[in-house]
Write a protein that binds this ligand. Structure first.
Ligand SMILES: Nc1ncnc2c1ncn2[C@@H]1O[C@H](COP(=O)(O)OP(=O)(O)OP(=O)(O)O)[C@@H](O)[C@H]1O
Length: 292
């Protein structure tokens, strides 16, 4: 993708007292990209995003948003919408008032009714914030982030606590933003959402960025797995590896090995039990990261 990076993080360190929560992290997010920053609990994702958002200062390193310092709020904030894990809405304001107020503070123009609509909050517009459910509060957080269609949207665990319809609606709204050219950075613990939607993924563990790339780049470094069991008395199959009585085959040639196994089973008249075969998933990359 052409153009200067929307976010440019170089050798970032974030500390809390003596504790170094983020160490030597470098990453770039390109215009129009959906970049998912994933990681284990406490890996340092929120700390990193807080520096990018201008809410926290780096201990060292350089962070540029649209080529500017995140502290240059006047230049940067109107171009950036942020959905925090927890935000500070006044409990007595209505949903409509909250969207209007936070929208006005963003410095962007939009129609409050439109934003309530894309966030699934039209029916709740007259409810006070204190009356909202957890999922409805997340929708309100989302509404204020996407007000005015910012060029950069940062979503910290946007779908946590949302039911499946609300998640689908949120992703549809994100898709529309992207069609309009917005760049999106998000964190999530729902790996399948990142696997489906992210152009690139950064995987953090214990304060550092351990891996980065497309889903294909991340998953092709690990073998695919075939598992099956044999009925009693069956002959030995032409594969290696057994675990807990079931066979466990790790392969970089999934199709070839599966073909050979099924061909053998057919020829030997053996019915394979509990046969499972599939490409490497992001979950597997994650588990390998934690085990390393
Ligand atoms: N204000 C703080 N004071 C001290 N330590 C903190 C503070 N905020 C975060 N930490 C610590 O820094 C580390 C990174 O936290 P951070 O919230 O950035 O992780 P995360 O990757 O977003 O985690 P999660 O997925 O659990 O939300 C954790 O060990 C956390 O306990």
């Amino acid at each position: 993708m052409p153009g200067s990076p929307v976010i440019d993080v170089e050798r970032l360190h974030v500390t809390y007292g003596d504790f170094e929560a983020v160490r030597d992290l470098s990453l770039q997010v390109r215009p129009g990209e959906l970049y998912a920053l994933l990681g284990t609990n406490g890996a340092g994702k929120t700390s990193t995003l807080e520096v990018v958002e201008g809410h926290r200062r780096a201990a060292s390193g350089a962070v540029r948003i649209f080529g500017r310092s995140p502290q240059d709020r006047r230049a940067v904030r109107p171009r950036m919408g942020i959905m925090l894990q927890e935000s500070g809405f006044s409990p007595d304001l209505t949903v409509e008032e909250s969207v209007g107020l936070f929208g006005a503070l963003s410095g962007r123009d939009d129609d409050v009714g439109r934003v309530l609509g894309v966030s699934g909050l039209t029916r709740k517009k007259d409810a006070s914030v204190s009356q909202l459910s957890g999922g409805e509060k997340r929708r309100l957080d989302f509404a204020t982030a996407v007000f005015g269609g910012p060029e950069l949207v940062i979503l910290d665990e946007p779908t946590t606590g949302l039911d499946i319809q609300s998640r689908d609606a949120l992703w549809a709204a994100v898709d529309r933003l992207r069609e309009d050219g917005s760049t999106v950075v998000l964190t999530t613990h729902y790996l399948e959402e990142a696997q489906q939607r992210a152009d690139r993924i950064g995987l953090m563990h214990d304060g550092t960025l351990r891996r980065e790339g497309t889903v294909v780049e991340l998953t092709q470094t690990l073998p695919s797995v075939i598992t099956f069991a044999l009925p009693p008395g069956a002959p030995e199959p032409p594969t290696v590896g057994a675990r807990n009585g079931a066979f466990h085959v790790e392969t970089f040639d999934l199709q070839g090995d599966l073909y050979r196994l099924l061909d053998w089973a057919h020829g030997a008249g053996v019915e394979l039990e509990e046969l499972e075969a599939g490409p490497t998933r992001l979950d597997d990359v994650f588990r390998a990261l934690e085990a390393a």
